[in-house]
Every structure is written in C-alpha cells, then in structure tokens.
Design a protein around this ligand. Structure first.
Ligand SMILES: [Fe+2]
Length: 145
C-alpha cells in the first residue's frame, strides 16, 4: 500500500468510526414524533458502519500497515464532526446525510488511487463502501423532515 493510499484508508477509518459513534449517539438521543422510525433506521446504519470499520482496518493490516486505533489518533485524522445529542431530529438527519456525502468524496478519491496502482483488493472494498454510503445517503435524504 503506497503512502497516499494508506493515508486515505487511515482517514476513512477515522471518519467511519466518528460517523459510527455519531449515528449511535443519534439513535440514543433522537426525540419527537418520528422517534421510533429514526431510532431503528439509525441502529441499522451504525451496525453497518461497525462492519465497515472492521473491513477498512483489516485491509490496512493486510497491506502490512498499522491501523489507527485510538480516539486520539482518530481525532487527529477525522474530518467529520462529532454529534451533538441536543440537536433536533431534522438536524440529525440532515447532518448525517452531509457526513455520508463527505465520506463518499473521500472514497472516490481513494478508489482512484487504488485503481491507479492496480490494487484490486482495495478497489473492491472501496467500491462496496461507495455503494453502501450512496444507499444510506439516499435513505437519509428521503427521510428529511
Ligand atoms: Fe439500541
């Protein structure tokens, strides 16, 4: 794994971990008439993100590198902002929607790097991540209050 691709994976891991925690935070703290629907949708999403975290980290290991694995390291690397449990349900949905969009931008950049290096294993993983984030982004957008 070349340095640029490693940096891209490390940041994707930090941002995915941040989005995982943020989605779980909103699963816990969302309020209002759509509580049940959003509570369940956020649960489904954070469970998917947990699986993604493991895949991204283990790809880094597979390529002979060390995965960032502490909150301090994630704070250094991440672009996604942490959640605020006081936000209204509509803000939670629109914020998560933007976060998935931001992750998609970084995933497309990383995919380009992997393809340039004929790194099919990384490219496959990144393509799968793109498809899942696009679907989640659509669901959040469709749930806008
Ligand atoms: Fe729960």
């Amino acid at each position: 794994m070349n340095t640029d691709l490693y940096q891209a994976f490390a940041r994707l891991l930090a941002d995915t971990y941040t989005l995982y925690l943020k989605t779980q935070n909103y699963h816990w703290h969302v309020r209002g008439p759509y509580f049940k629907t959003l509570h369940l949708m956020f649960e489904e999403q954070y469970l998917q993100l947990a699986t993604a975290i493991d895949s991204l980290a283990e790809r880094i290991l597979t390529m002979g590198q060390t995965a960032p694995a502490t909150f301090a390291k994630f704070n250094e690397l991440r672009r996604i902002q942490e959640g605020d449990s006081q936000k209204k349900a509509e803000q939670m949905v629109s914020e998560l929607c933007e976060d998935h969009q931001l992750l998609l931008q970084d995933l497309y950049k990383a995919l380009k790097l992997a393809q340039e290096q004929n790194d099919e294993g990384s490219a496959n993983l990144l393509s799968d991540r793109i498809a899942e984030h696009e679907k989640t982004h659509w669901m959040l957008k469709a749930s806008a209050l």
